[in-house]
Design a protein around this ligand. Structure first.
Ligand SMILES: C[S@@+](CC[C@H](N)C(=O)[O-])C[C@H]1O[C@@H](n2cnc3c(N)ncnc32)[C@H](O)[C@@H]1O
Length: 450
């Protein structure tokens, strides 16, 4: 797949002229001959010193915000050799047998494999097709409307097999299996070898921090919905969204040209050709969508630029200092992106805001700030839906440090509701801990009232 220009700032994925079904290599070979480059990278990362200026700042801030939890989180962040890696399977790859190999190595599934909606207990019903039609301000070109609903020929998998046909059903059908996100995790820091990019071949799996799937689970994308991934590169969450469901449209937005190239490569490596009419890449500043695409999407993911605690700790000295200077400006940008997302979503639609930092200024405080000036925005409780069922694997924290016992905007708190309920509704923070090294990751789900 490559990108063809659509407008000045959006591209549609086009079929690669050299697209052909793949002859896959054996997964056993992958396991017994780990990718040398990945191993070298790992060794370098283990040996790399942390940036003292960043560590000092984190110590000062996070010991206050997280209390005793910071000491053990700090130990994990400073020991890359202890980091665990999740293996998300790619439902568009025709290769089978990876699950068995993973299981034989001691990996197990993160999520229960159901034959219903992709993941954890599900909420509101899917948006009907008619509500997803391209309207004013839609990204769909005029010609696209006449193709709606898409002819089934759009949906043909690259290679016929009953499972893949079912996966690409455009509407949920009772009794049929729906796509389901499959991620394998290991209790120890065992890293499955990464796969090299090969022209014309889909990758079989994606290595990731398993906590980065949580915002995607919280988004609960349903088949036929219009979805915006506002800050998309390098595309891990876009790929995960498409493992969960087949949206009518997934707009992957990334303003940085180099990162957008990376995003395009990810999409090309993981997505079936049958999705080319549904996935577009856009290059706007995310803050403009609220105006240019007001009320357009069913779901918007704001996986915001943030302090990225894991990688910042390993910046070179000068780069670390520079990042710390820029850090003060992040909450304002994050709030603008979240407001833009809340305008781009239709009434009744959902926005998930996420970051990969522990910083409460970029997490709970951003959500609170935006809720305070968006009366139509309502935070949703993720504790029962995600926190409780997944607490075996992740260490969650829901408390807003520094005065969170009393919500900033008391009107958001329902009468007689315990303050803990309000705190759960602001978001969940995944704190890396020994043996559960996933995170940092913050996620908050906000519904735009009808
Ligand atoms: C945390 S990363 C996104 C990771 C991605 N969602 C994934 O799962 O692979 C944040 C991205 O936001 C992009 N970004 C920065 N400023 C932005 C803006 N004003 N609007 C939209 N995206 C922005 C960055 O270039 C970066 O690629």
């Amino acid at each position: 797949m490559f990108l063809t220009p659509r407008t000045s700032s959006t591209w549609r994925l086009a079929p690669s002229p050299r697209w052909w079904p793949v002859n896959c290599h054996s997964g056993h070979a992958l396991v017994s001959q780990p990718n040398g480059a990945a191993r070298d990278q790992e060794t370098k990362r283990k040996a790399r010193p942390s940036c003292q200026a960043v560590l000092d700042r984190f110590d000062e801030q996070y010991s206050q915000e997280l209390g005793d939890l910071w000491e053990s989180a700090r130990a994990v962040l400073l020991d890359p050799g202890s980091w665990q890696y999740g293996v998300m399977l790619n439902r568009f790859s025709i290769v089978t047998g990876i699950s068995q190999i993973l299981q034989s190595q001691g990996f197990s599934t993160l999520l229960p494999q159901t034959r219903g909606p992709a993941v954890l207990p599900s909420g509101p019903a899917a948006v009907s097709r008619s509500k997803c039609r391209a309207g004013k301000g839609s990204l769909l070109p005029p010609g696209h409307i006449s193709k709606w609903p898409p002819n089934d020929s759009y949906l043909q998998p690259d290679i016929k097999s009953p499972a893949r046909d079912q996966d690409l059903e455009s509407e949920p059908s009772p009794g049929l299996s729906r796509p389901s996100l499959q991620c394998y995790i290991h209790p120890r820091p065992l890293r499955f070898p990464s796969q090299a990019h090969r022209l014309g071949q889909l990758k079989q799996y994606f290595l990731l921090n398993a906590a980065s799937l949580l915002p995607v689970l919280a988004l609960k994308v349903q088949d036929g919905e219009k979805v915006l991934d506002l800050c998309s590169a390098p595309g891990g969450k876009a790929v995960a969204i498409l493992q969960c469901a087949t949206p009518a449209l997934l707009c992957c937005n990334e303003p940085d040209p180099q990162r957008r190239d990376w995003l395009a490569k990810t999409l090309e490596s993981f997505l079936s050709q049958s999705l080319t009419s549904r996935v577009i890449v856009s290059a706007q500043d995310g803050r403009s969508f609220g105006q240019s695409e007001a009320g357009t999407y069913d779901k918007v993911l704001v996986d915001s630029p943030c302090s990225n605690d894991r990688s910042w700790l390993y910046c070179g000295g000068q780069q670390g200092e520079q990042r710390l200077k820029e850090r003060a400006g992040l909450p304002a940008l994050q709030a603008q992106l979240l407001r833009s997302a809340l305008s781009a979503v239709r009434p009744g639609g959902v926005v998930v805001y996420s970051t990969c930092t522990l910083s409460s200024f970029e997490n709970f405080a951003v959500v609170e700030t935006v809720l305070n000036d968006c009366p139509e925005a309502e935070p949703e409780d993720l504790w029962e839906e995600i926190g409780i069922p997944l607490s075996e694997h992740f260490t969650f924290r829901t408390t807003h440090p520094g005065g969170s016992q009393t919500p900033h905007n008391a009107s958001l708190q329902p009468h007689n509701a315990p303050s803990s309920s309000y705190r759960h509704r602001l978001g969940l923070l995944v704190v890396p801990q020994p043996g559960k090294t996933w995170g940092p990751m913050f996620l908050s789900r906000i519904r735009r009232r009808k």
